[in-house]
Write a protein that binds this ligand. Structure first.
Ligand code: HEC
Ligand code: HEC
Ligand code: HEC
Length: 303
């Protein structure tokens, strides 16, 4: 009997230690409020975000950046851009890694035309979205530490992370954060607003993440057609003209003209371009060449 009592009281003490006394925990929880920085308050005021929505908006903005995929840009915000992209050269880059596709070009670049390159790290870096970065594309055979299949699902009817998506040209380390800016501000943001959260405006520079990059097998020395003229090429990136309709007319990027007068930080000093190599079957970014430092939360500009 005495033994049972002793045991019971020990058990109660343990319970209190583990769970605390209910009332106190609740009180603490209620008091836990997010403290906004002056910068955040200024932005939320300017974007006219309602008080009720502020906590959620700030929570989203403070998360780590990650890749979300082109599909997230479609379906109410940038539909014509998405539709045009699926039919553009960048909406079909994954297919090029399959065996037997573009044989002639592969032979010319000293690649094996019969090999399947859809799991080759070096190729995935330039032919998919966010490979080896948070939220990015994971090829077939990818597994978590516990052995769970983590490969990105591919839906041939809905191009997404397996191609060179929006985020490879418009973001530094994925578009989740600036997507939150765009939504909270209902499109009424400045270049600086989204840039703070990882959007980039250094368009001519961003192409060299892949085109004419030292690691691409398709160098201008291999064939003249790989020479890169930005002004000419950019006309082929977004052929949106044919994709406007009554249903999406409200998605016109209204602030575009105004924003064009602004100059983003990345336009003044473009971001560094990643260098990388394959080591032991893995893609490794070279130190000092990553445009975003996730520990310090700072951007790495050229010069
Ligand atoms: C550094 C980035 C980069 C890497 C790495 C890379 N590619 Fe590409 N790839 C490109 C770019 C950019 C183009 C488009 C070049 C152009 O048309 O000017 C391209 C084009 C291609 C083409 C089409 C060429 C044509 O003329 O039709 C094939 C096929 C291809 N890549 C396969 C591969 C394979 C396989 C690998 C891995 C062994 C690979 N790429 C690695 C950037 C890269
Ligand atoms: C290959 C690179 C590339 C990809 C991929 C890409 N874009 Fe773009 N995007 C650009 C460039 C370059 C411009 C600027 C065009 C110009 O100045 O004429 C641009 C402009 C835009 C604009 C107008 C922005 C403004 O305010 O000026 C929007 C909106 C846009 N892109 C959305 C998207 C969406 C959505 C996707 C994916 C479905 C996407 N882009 C994929 C390169 C890209
Ligand atoms: C993440 C890598 C990557 C980035 C960044 C990138 N491209 Fe590409 N681009 C490719 C690949 C891969 C192809 C090959 C597509 C094909 O041949 O079907 C390609 C093909 C193209 C083509 C078609 C070439 C042709 O004539 O068939 C154009 C145009 C182009 N890119 C323009 C741009 C511009 C402009 C930018 C920068 C705003 C850019 N690209 C940024 C990977 C990239």
């Amino acid at each position: 009997m005495g033994k049972t009592l002793k045991f019971l009281s020990l058990f109660m003490v343990a319970l209190v230690l583990v769970f605390g006394t209910g009332g106190e925990v609740d009180a603490k929880k209620k008091k836990k409020k997010i403290k906004l920085t002056e910068e955040e308050i200024e932005m939320l005021d300017r974007w006219e975000v309602k008080p009720k929505k502020r906590a959620k908006a700030v929570k989203d903005l403070r998360k780590k950046p990650k890749f979300v995929g082109a599909v997230k840009c479609n379906g109410s915000c940038h539909d014509p851009y998405y539709q045009a992209w699926t039919k553009s050269p960048h909406g079909g880059t994954y297919e090029l890694l399959k065996a037997g596709v573009r044989k002639e070009a592969k032979v010319r670049a000293k690649l094996d035309p019969e090999k399947d390159y859809t799991t080759t790290p070096l190729c995935l870096r330039c032919h998919t979205t966010g490979y080896k970065q948070r939220g990015g594309f994971k090829p077939a055979g990818s597994k978590s530490k516990k052995g769970k299949d983590t490969a990105t699902k591919i839906d041939p009817t809905e191009p997404n992370k397996e191609q060179v998506g929006c985020e490879m040209c418009h973001s530094v380390a994925g578009g989740s954060q600036f997507r939150a800016v765009m939504k909270s501000s209902k499109g009424d943001f400045t270049k600086a607003d989204t840039e703070k959260y990882g959007q980039r405006w250094d368009y001519a520079n961003v192409c060299t993440r892949c085109h004419t990059h030292p690691k691409t097998p398709f160098q201008p020395t291999v064939h003249d057609k790989y020479k890169f003229n930005f002004e000419e090429r950019k006309l082929k990136v977004h052929k949106i003209a044919d994709f406007w309709s009554e249903d999406n007319a409200d998605q016109k990027v209204e602030k575009k003209e105004e924003r064009a007068k602004e100059q983003g930080q990345s336009e003044k000093t473009p971001l560094v371009i990643e260098d990388f190599e394959e080591k032991g079957g893995k893609l490794k970014f070279k130190k000092g060449t990553k445009p975003y430092n996730s520990k310090k939360k700072t951007y790495n500009y050229k010069g």
